[in-house]
Design a protein around this ligand. Structure first.
Ligand code: FEO
Length: 168
């Protein structure tokens, strides 16, 4: 049985993951407003990944005989200055999520809650991938700058992304 303190933080994390889903849908809509369907697709797939992250926590809490609590989801930012602005904000958001996961891991470690320590390892590894993916795209957008050909090429590449449920 997980402690009340840890349960509260795990439930808060469900909310952060659903907020991430919302945020990336807002970013997808922004890209769509620029007629960049590949970028829009990239964020739609990212939103699906976030839902997967939320549901994995949802299922874990239930498995541990805890009580899932769903909180109101904050309204995400919907206007951005540029594609680079979108990706820089996405990267900042992922860094924030990484800190949140570390906070959860710290509590689980303090409490010697080994099942949750093991469970959270998946999220720690996933965050490395998430930050790396956004970091690379920020760098590529900085290289592309205002070059419309480069933007089009990247848009075309990102249109290929599909949602593949992450491996356990
Ligand atoms: Fe669920 Fe992108 O972290």
């Amino acid at each position: 049985m997980i402690s009340e303190k840890l349960l509260k933080e795990l439930n808060k994390q469900i909310n952060y993951e659903f907020y991430s889903e919302y945020l990336y849908l807002a970013m997808s809509a922004y890209c769509e407003s620029l007629d960049l369907e590949g970028f829009s697709n990239f964020f739609k797939v990212q939103a699906e990944e976030e839902r997967f992250h939320a549901m994995k926590l949802f299922d874990y809490i239930n498995e541990m005989d805890g009580r899932v609590k769903l909180f109101a989801i904050d309204e995400p930012k919907t206007s951005y200055n540029s594609l680079l602005d979108v990706f820089e904000k996405a990267l900042d958001h992922e860094k924030f999520v990484t800190k949140r996961i570390y906070t959860l891991a710290d509590i689980a470690n303090e409490e010697k809650e080994h099942a949750t320590i093991s469970f959270l390892k998946w999220y720690i590894d996933e965050q490395v991938e998430e930050e790396s993916s956004f970091n690379k795209l920020v760098k590529r957008l900085k290289m592309i700058k205002d070059d419309s050909h480069g933007t089009y090429m990247l848009d075309s590449e990102l249109s290929q992304r599909t949602f593949i449920p992450p491996t356990e």
